[in-house]
Design a protein around this ligand. Structure first.
Ligand code: ADP
Length: 267
């Protein structure tokens, strides 16, 4: 009887412990949702004045408020560049908090892969030029039009090409597209630093950067790839990397040609 009583006491304690853990995890979930909502609101509020700063500086640099000396022009350009950088960081935090709150909704439309690649190349060519890198593309003619969130998929490609340029000091960055059955396969191939095997899975996690000085020196938040991964997954696709240290990396995005958004519960 004594052992039975002892077992009963243990069982009751276990139930109490389980209820407590359940309550704590519910509280954590609520707190995490509040955090995501706060970040989403906050980054939205930060964007408005920042856009005004960038806009006015642009108008001033364009001479809309009178002549600008060469020296002042240089300063205005730096204000703009810093403003754009800050805007990029804020947009990343906003995207991530939306993703975490399950609020990132895809806006589906028809798109052309060739147009998308052209947009990405024209947005990144000046950056590639400053590093003397060859920037090119290989997109076969006659690919079908796709259905997906074109703006978000462009953002993914921009992130991949931006990274490829950032982490390559000589050689080339190339964007390739092809159709494999019902999917598009988009690859960004660079001849850069490469990523060690043990780091290849980590880089798709939030805030993860490869821990070496050359990466740290390049700045960034470590959010780009995790946002890209979530965007691709919301399309029902996958993003993978193959890389050799010292030789380069290939990031591959595969998405259904006719994607329908994956419903995601808030987490
Ligand atoms: P960020 O570029 O802001 O640091 P990302 O999430 O885009 O954040 O990338 C995470 C990390 O993955 C980078 O800091 C870098 O260490 C590594 N990485 C990403 N792309 C490449 C690449 N093409 N070549 C080498 N390393 C890369």
């Amino acid at each position: 009887l004594e052992t039975f009583a002892a077992q009963a006491v243990i069982a009751i304690q276990n139930v109490q412990l389980f209820t407590e853990i359940q309550e704590k995890s519910r509280q954590l979930e609520v707190a995490s949702q509040h955090k995501s909502q706060f970040l989403a609101n906050m980054s939205h509020e930060l964007r408005t004045p920042l856009n005004a700063i960038i806009g006015y500086t642009e108008m001033m640099a364009d001479g809309l408020y009178g002549d600008v000396s060469e020296k002042a022009q240089g300063v205005l350009e730096r204000v703009q560049a810093n403003g754009r950088h800050l805007l990029g960081l804020i947009n990343d935090v906003l995207d991530l908090s939306k993703i975490e709150a399950g609020q990132l909704v895809l806006a589906m439309e028809e798109y052309s892969v060739a147009d998308m690649v052209a947009t990405v190349l024209s947005a990144t060519e000046s950056l590639a030029r400053t590093k003397n890198l060859k920037l090119g593309s290989d997109v076969p003619a006659g690919l079908p039009t796709g259905t997906g969130d074109a703006r978000r998929l462009t953002q993914v490609l921009l992130n991949l090409v931006g990274n490829a340029i950032k982490f390559t000091d000589q050689g080339s960055v190339e964007v390739r597209a092809r159709q494999v059955d019902g999917r598009f396969e988009l690859s960004v191939v660079d001849t850069g630093f490469g990523i060690a095997p043990e780091d290849q899975a980590k880089i798709f996690e939030e805030f993860q950067q490869v821990d070496n000085t050359s990466t740290r020196k390049k700045g960034g938040t470590g959010l780009g790839l995790s946002i890209s991964r979530r965007i691709v997954e919301l399309h029902g696709g996958r993003i993978t990397v193959e890389s050799d240290v010292g030789k380069g990396s290939t990031f591959k995005v595969t998405v259904p040609i006719n994607a329908s958004p994956i419903e995601e519960a808030a987490q």
